[in-house]
Design a protein around this ligand. Structure first.
Ligand SMILES: NC(=O)c1ccc[n+]([C@@H]2O[C@H](COP(=O)([O-])OP(=O)(O)OC[C@H]3O[C@@H](n4cnc5c(N)ncnc54)[C@H](OP(=O)(O)O)[C@@H]3O)[C@@H](O)[C@H]2O)c1
Length: 353
């Protein structure tokens, strides 16, 4: 018989107490009484949390206009069901689940069972498949219209979501160009099949694209914004598709979206090209099918899901609430290769602050 998990009377979570993109200023570690799940709810002991570039947009209130602190932080993780409310017959204590909900930056959370993603086991490799993997999978499938033999340019290619855009484009038979800022990331990109990694700190991206891809690139998976967006736009091929995944270069600034300097209308018209924005949470209906596909590819070894627990950070591997604070800083230092992940609770003990 399985042993019942010990549920502590109190638990810690990171609560946003002021609206700012400075994550460490925005949040405080606070203690709460551990709640009991109501009907349709699960009490989950968090095991691993995923760090996302947009964690700072969440604390700045950019995702929920008018929101005022205090509010929960974090948007994804995996954990173990420890208590089950009424009407949740699909779940039992000991089950492993994933979730993409606010409150992921806490040691425990109440999860409506309808939002739980069933997992075969606790494996941190499942964390990147959620927000990061789903964004790549759904956006490329819906807006990429990838055809075998096409050129695909992925920016922030070695990051949480970029790693999946690279691999899914390769699976679709494309030639993949990936940008990054460190030689270690160039090696990482080669290891996941990227055909032409470009360390843009060492090579001039505009010159490489002009020389090696004179007809332009067919699809761009663009996460950086600013000058990088302009360069990508100017290097689209005829019938090119540019997908706006994000614009991280301006998230820490005061103006959320940077102005586009390139002549958008004339470029798109003259090339019959298009720019599409993509936001995962508008595509929730597609999540189950794409998660099943990603999990299947991962479990059969056809997709590599790389996590970075802070190997390039003085306080890594990241653990507990302090690990989350450091993890957000780490992502913004641009040193991560793969998805930044934090072990919230160890297998047996609770997190250490
Ligand atoms: N639309 C959606 O639904 C959705 C969902 C998930 C993620 N995203 C977006 O995808 C992008 C990547 O997010 P992620 O969470 O996967 O992060 P990530 O790629 O793991 O990490 C961010 C990477 O961005 C690059 N970067 C370039 N300029 C930067 C700057 N000024 N500040 C910080 N990093 C910079 C760095 O890599 P280099 O070495 O390549 O410079 C850094 O490692 C973000 O724009 C994010 O908003 C969007």
């Amino acid at each position: 018989m399985a042993l019942l998990a010990h549920i502590p009377k109190t638990y810690s979570k990171l609560v946003a107490v002021s609206l700012t993109t400075n994550f460490k200023e925005a949040v405080r570690v606070q203690k709460f009484e551990t709640p009991s799940p109501k009907s349709g709810e699960l009490l989950v002991k968090a095991r691993y949390a995923g760090i996302n570039a947009s964690d700072v947009n969440l604390t700045a209130g950019r995702y929920t206009p008018g929101i005022q602190p205090p509010f929960d932080t974090g948007m994804e993780g995996i954990g173990e069901v420890v208590q089950v409310g009424a009407d949740c017959s699909d779940y039992k204590p000991g089950d492993s689940v994933g979730y993409m909900t606010a409150g992921a930056f806490g040691e425990y959370l109440i999860l409506p069972s309808k939002f739980a993603i069933p997992l075969p086991k606790i494996d941190p490799g499942f964390v990147p498949l959620m927000v990061s993997g789903l964004t790549a999978s759904i956006s490329l499938d819906t807006f990429g219209e990838l055809k075998s033999g096409e050129n695909v340019l992925v920016t922030a290619a070695a990051g949480g979501t970029g790693q999946f855009a690279v691999q899914l484009a390769k699976i679709a038979g494309c030639h993949v160009i990936g940008t990054c800022s460190l030689d270690e990331k160039v090696e990482f990109l080669k290891s996941i099949g990227c055909d032409r990694p470009i360390n843009y700190k060492k090579e001039d991206l505009k010159a490489v694209l002009k020389k090696e891809y004179p007809k332009g690139v067919d699809v761009v998976y663009e996460s950086i914004g600013g000058d990088m967006f302009d360069t990508c736009l100017k290097n689209l091929s005829t019938f090119g598709r540019l997908i706006i995944i994000g614009f991280i270069s301006s998230y820490k600034g005061n103006s959320f979206a940077p102005p586009i300097k390139a002549p958008l209308q004339s470029i798109l018209l003259s090339k019959s090209a298009c720019v599409r924005g993509f936001f995962l949470f508008n595509h929730i209906k597609e999540v189950p099918m794409h998660f099943a596909k990603l999990a299947q590819l991962y479990m059969t070894g056809k997709l590599i899901s790389t996590i970075d627990l802070g190997k390039g950070h003085s306080s890594g591997p990241f653990r507990g609430m302090q690990g989350i604070l450091d993890g957000v800083d780490y992502l913004y230092s641009s040193k991560n290769a793969g998805k930044v992940v934090v072990e919230v609770n160890g297998q047996d003990g609770d997190s250490k602050l």
